[in-house]
Design a protein around this ligand. Structure first.
Ligand code: CU1
Length: 255
């Protein structure tokens, strides 16, 4: 694949894997409704207790925008109930994605933070593949690995080349030079086109190829046989009298 004929496939694969990792991370995020059924309200500070937040998790703040808002502040803003310079949300249904580390949210409506404890501090740990492997994302990681190999396999298959043996002339006498100059790969497909009244195709071993003898070889006689190349040497001959001796035979090496 990396040697030319599959470069774009490889790029696509890498892109896909990145997308999968991204999706995986997103699917892995937890959405929390702040304050649960009561929403963003007074004395909310303890709501975070017992929860393990991860970067990328989503906090949904539900409240009446007539009575409250949400302001993202720093540690000082949190401590002193000072909303100056903070990012303000006031839709009444705000979704905020947690960044890594400490985040602080307060209401900037008069006295709500200071006297109503409408303030909340959240610590989000980093989500990593390592975390996923070790804990709450085991199944997600398994799916990812499985998907990865599925894509690699598909990639290989899409990368297989189909050859018409003998090109336009098909499977015929003096076809033995046809493989020259071609680089076959395992999984490539040879299509043998011929009139089944006059020819067949038999997969033989090296001795069968050299001696034009058919012993226990697999026989194809549809006139349009597709044969997937196994790794290493493969030998095909026509078993009708004299045809192999007339060079109706090919030896193919698949890398
Ligand atoms: Cu033949």
């Amino acid at each position: 694949m990396a040697q030319g004929r599959g470069k774009s496939s490889l790029s696509a694969l890498i892109l896909l894997c990145c997308m999968l990792l991204h999706c995986c991370d997103m699917a892995y995020a937890t959405t929390y409704t702040v304050g649960d059924q009561y929403g963003w309200k007074f004395f909310i500070t303890n709501w975070t207790e017992g929860k393990s937040f991860k970067a990328g998790d989503i906090l949904v703040f539900n409240y009446s925008p007539l009575n409250h808002n949400v302001v993202v502040v720093d540690a000082n803003g949190y401590k002193n109930c000072n909303a100056a310079g903070g990012k303000v949300y006031n839709s009444g249904h705000d979704s905020i994605t947690l960044p890594k580390g400490q985040s602080y949210y307060i209401s900037s409506f008069t006295d709500q933070c200071q006297y109503g404890s409408m303030k909340m501090a959240v610590y989000a740990t980093q989500t990593s593949l390592k975390d996923m492997a070790q804990g709450r994302g085991n199944s997600a990681l398994s799916v990812l690995v499985l998907l990865f190999f599925t894509f690699v396999l598909n990639c290989d298959m899409a990368n297989a080349i189909t050859y018409k043996v003998g090109d336009a002339g098909g499977w015929r006498y003096n076809v033995d030079n046809w493989p020259q100059g071609k680089s076959f790969k395992t999984g490539d497909i040879l299509v043998f086109n011929y009139n089944p009244l006059f020819h067949d195709v038999v997969a033989v071993d090296e001795a069968g190829y050299n001696n034009c003898s058919v012993q226990n070889g697999k026989v194809y006689r549809s006139g349009h046989d597709s044969i997937t190349l196994p790794q290493g040497q493969s030998y095909f001959i026509c078993s009708l009298p004299g045809h192999c001796k007339a060079s109706m035979k090919i030896a193919v090496n698949a890398a």
